[in-house]
Each structure stands twice: as structure tokens, then as C-alpha cells.
Design a protein around this ligand. Structure first.
Ligand code: 5AD
Ligand code: SF4
Length: 432
């Protein structure tokens, strides 16, 4: 979501006549888009700002002014603290107010030396006020939903991104058509809780994600649809059926379980048990036996015993994830879990994370190795480090490197996989 937001922020600046510079030192305006999900991400902002201040001072000595701004969830959470900790920052704006950047920058210019901050939860639709989302390649992000009402006890998102909001169906379809007209062949629908989507259609009727996916699949030229991130309790049967009926929907699903222990899931305020989750996966496999699963995991949530942790490993052994993201529990100020008793010592969190990651890496490596010899359609998105090398993604989100001319950039090409590691595949065009 932050990559998407950063792209939109860049588009606003471009609409004001600015352009990206190759180095920080050449920039008249620098904006940090920030994440507050774990402590490490949030603290990084302040060390990065400190480094930027040195550049600002160098530029000042050369007679050049620099405007420094901070956007995103850290602003929503820290508010005025941003300025107290980094008094050289000119402005700060939350994730729901960055569409007001033109006014904010105007204020900064008028009142240089003061701190301009906007952390509203605005009534107007941010998406309506943003410049058109142009595709920058074959694969585009499209935000369809924002915010979250789930209030998992460890998570800051409901506080920083606010209540759930779904964009209207027509606005999403229009944006998708434009992205495809610009050359995108893949669209990744985004939302903190994307499968709770309930946007209105032009008749005022609420429509769900399954409906939206089927509508998007009708767009000529659009070849791949993905969505992220999903909440297990919102995996409806009609959404699961899309994996059987909609060829354009990629056979890969990121569906976070967080923990395999029902006791911990309850303490996390998740509205599912590990049994519910595994039953959803059975249904998904029935709809499409080729589906590959991914998840997020948190280890060391308050009160997590060895048995609870073992239950997480058991789920991994059952599902055999093809990819996953795993984190040590990070207490976030203002969330209920931060003040729960039985916080787990750092050393145990570290040990558990290592055990979990080794197991996850094993399954990921096995899946990648099983791809060797197969022919896969790969969407090439970037140039590689070597000349004539391109990097793309398979339907399962695996990174694949191939020796290929840049004519194939942003195109889907059939590739025979020749080699595999934990993190990437190598392949060659069939017959070349
Ligand atoms: N500590 C550790 N991980 C967290 N996540 C969210 N909040 C926390 C936290 N306080 C993880 C969850 C979520 C992912 C985006 O980040 O696994 O799915
Ligand atoms: Fe955070 Fe996701 Fe839970 Fe919402 S569903 S509170 S975004 S972890």
C-alpha cells in the first residue's frame, strides 16, 4: 500500500510541475512515506530524517533551500512528536490526507520555519481528489479499499488508516481500464482488508470483491488479477469460486493466519480458529488444486507458550506455504496487546522466529525446486543487473531471471524454468 501511496504522492508533485531527481542532494523537496506497523519501521524514519538533515544543511550552505515532509502512518500515530524529534521537518500529513499536498506545500512556502501538520480523517474521498493513476509498467497496483475495522489487538492499522472504506465499483473499473490502456497487463487490487470490499455500483447496490473480480476479468487486455491483503473470515464462497471460474485470477493467495494456536488467535481478537482457516484452504484447493498459499506470522505474541508456537509450526506443515512473511511481535503504543501480561522475552522471540523461518524457507525452496523443468508464463517487470537480463514474476509471485532483450519488458512470455533457489528462479524462453 505504501508503494502505491508513494506513486500517488509522486503524481501529485508532477502535477505541480516537479520531477524526480537522481540523488537526494539535488532535491528541493524530500518526502518520506512512513510505516508504523512495527517499531523497527517507525524508528527508521527518525534515523533517515537525521541523515537527510545533514544534506539539508550542506544545501543551505550552498544557498539552496530544502522542504522536508513526512507522510504516512507514523505521522498519524506520532502527530506533533514528529516535529519535537525532528524540528527541521516542514510538514507532516497522514495516509488519508496526502491528496491535500498542494495546499500543504503552499502553506509551507508562505510560513517557512513553522510546522504544518494535517492528520484529519477527512470526509471527502481522497481517491476522488488524486491525479489520474497512470501505469508505470506491465503490473499496476490499484487501491480499492482502505482502513480496517477488525482491531486485531497487536495492530495499529485501525488507528492510523481509520475505519474501512470501499471505493465505488465504477471508479475502480474506470481506473483499471485506464491502467490497461496505459499498458498494464496485471492489476493487483489493494486494501488493508481487501476481501471485505463492499463498494457501491452505479445503482447504489453494494458489491463484493468476487463481483469486482468478475467485472475486471471482462476488461480486454487485462491478463492477470491479484489482490492483497485478505482476512480469513471474509473469504466468502463466491470469492473462493473465482479460483475455479476466473482464469485471470492468479492461483496464489496471501491469507495471513498470524498464529496456529486458537488461544493466541483469540487473544489477538482474530475472528477465526486454525480449524476455520484450514477449512478455507481445503475449499480453495477444491476450487483450484494448483493454488499456492502465502501468509503472515507473528511469533512471541504475549502469552505464547511452546505449545502455542508448535501449533503454528503444525499449520505450516499442513499448508506447506510457497511464500510467507514472519515477524517478531512488536508492542505498539496504544494497542491492547502492548499492555497484556506475559510479554515474551526478546531472546525467545528471536529463537522462535529462526525456527519458523527455517521451516518456511524449506517449503519455499522445495516449491521453487519443483518448478524446474516447467514452462511458466512470466510477466517481465524490471531490467536485471546484467545486460540483456530481465526479471519477472510467475503466476505464483516467484521472481524469475532470464537472458532476454528489453523488448520483452512488460510482456508475458512463456519461460522454461532451469534453476531455482529459495528466493528466485532462472529460466529461458522456449525455443530461443
Ligand atoms: N508486531 C509484529 N507484526 C505485526 N504485524 C502487524 N502488527 C504487528 C506487530 N505489532 C504484521 C502482521 C500483519 C503484517 C502486515 O504485519 O503479521 O499481517
Ligand atoms: Fe491489522 Fe490486518 Fe488485523 Fe486489520 S485485519 S487490524 S490491518 S492485522
Amino acid at each position: 500500500m505504501n508503494v502505491y501511496d508513494s506513486g500517488r504522492i509522486a503524481a501529485i508533485l508532477e502535477s505541480l510541475g516537479h520531477h524526480a531527481t537522481p540523488t537526494l542532494k539535488e532535491a528541493d523537496i524530500v518526502i518520506f512515506n512512513t510505516c508504523h506497523i512495527r517499531e523497527k519501521a517507525a524508528e527508521k524514519v527518525f534515523s533517515d530524517l537525521g541523515r537527510l538533515n545533514l544534506i539539508r544543511e550542506e544545501r543551505w550552505a550552498e544557498g539552496k533551500d530544502t522542504i522536508i515532509g513526512v507522510c504516512g502512518c507514523v505521522v498519524q500515530a506520532e502527530d506533533e512528536q514528529i516535529w519535537k524529534r525532528a524540528p527541521f521537518v516542514d510538514f507532516a500529513t497522514g495516509p488519508l490526507t496526502y491528496h491535500r499536498l498542494p495546499e500543504i506545500l503552499e502553506k509551507v512556502r508562505r510560513k517557512k520555519g513553522t510546522f504544518v501538520i494535517d492528520t484529519d480523517f477527512p470526509a471527502e474521498d481522497k481517491f476522488d481528489s488524486l491525479p489520474i493513476n497512470h501505469a508505470s509498467g506491465g503490473c499496476s497496483f490499484l487501491a480499492i479499499q482502505e482502513g480496517c475495522n477488525n482491531f486485531c489487538t497487536y495492530c495499529v492499522v485501525p488507528y492510523t488508516r481509520g475505519a474501512e472504506y470501499s471505493r465505488p465499483v465504477e471508479a475502480v473499473l474506470e481506473e483499471a481500464k485506464r491502467l490497461v490502456a496505459d499498458g498494464s497487463v496485471e492489476i493487483n487490487l489493494l486494501g488493508q482488508n481487501v476481501n471485505s470490499y463492499h463498494g457501491e455500483d452505479k445503482n447504489g447496490q453494494e458489491r463484493n470483491l468476487a463481483y469486482l473480480i468478475r467485472k475486471l476479468a471482462e476488461i480486454d487486455g487485462l491478463k492477470r488479477i491479484r489482490y492483497t491483503t485478505s482476512y480469513p473470515a471474509d473469504m466468502t464462497d463466491d470469492l473462493i469460486a473465482c479460483y475455479k471460474d476466473v482464469d485471470k485470477l492468479m492461483p496464489y493467495l496471501h491469507l495471513p493466519i498470524q498464529s496456529g494456536s486458537d488461544k493466541i488467535l483469540k487473544a489477538m481478537n482474530r475472528r477465526h480458529t486454525s480449524g476455520d482457516y484450514l477449512r478455507i484452504i481445503d475449499k480453495l484447493k477444491e476450487a483450484n488444486p494448483e493454488i499456492g498459499m502465502s501468509s503472515d506470522f507473528i511469533v512471541g505474541f504475549p502469552g505464547e507458550s511452546d505449545e502455542d508456537f508448535q501449533a503454528t509450526l503444525d499449520v505450516v506443515n499442513k499448508v506447506k506455504y510457497i511464500q510467507a512473511f514472519s515477524f517478531k511481535y512488536s508492542p505498539r503504543p496504544g494497542t491492547p496487546a502492548a499492555i497484556m501480561p506475559n510479554q515474551i522475552p526478546e531472546k525467545i522471540k528471536k529463537e522462535r522466529l529462526e525456527i519458523l523461518q527455517n521451516l518456511l524457507f524449506d517449503y519455499q525452496t522445495k516449491f521453487n525446486q519443483a518448478s524446474i523443468g516447467k514452462i511458466m508464463p512470466v510477466l517481465f517487470e524490471h531490467k536485471g543487473r546484467h545486460a540483456k537480463q530481465l526479471i519477472g514474476r510467475t503466476p505464483y509471485m516467484q521472481n524469475l531471471h532470464a537472458e532476454l532483450s528489453s523488448d520483452y519488458l512488460n510482456k508475458i512470455v512463456n519461460i522454461r524454468v532451469t534453476d531455482a533457489t529459495t528466493n528466485s528462479l532462472t529460466g529461458r524462453v522456449e525455443g530461443v
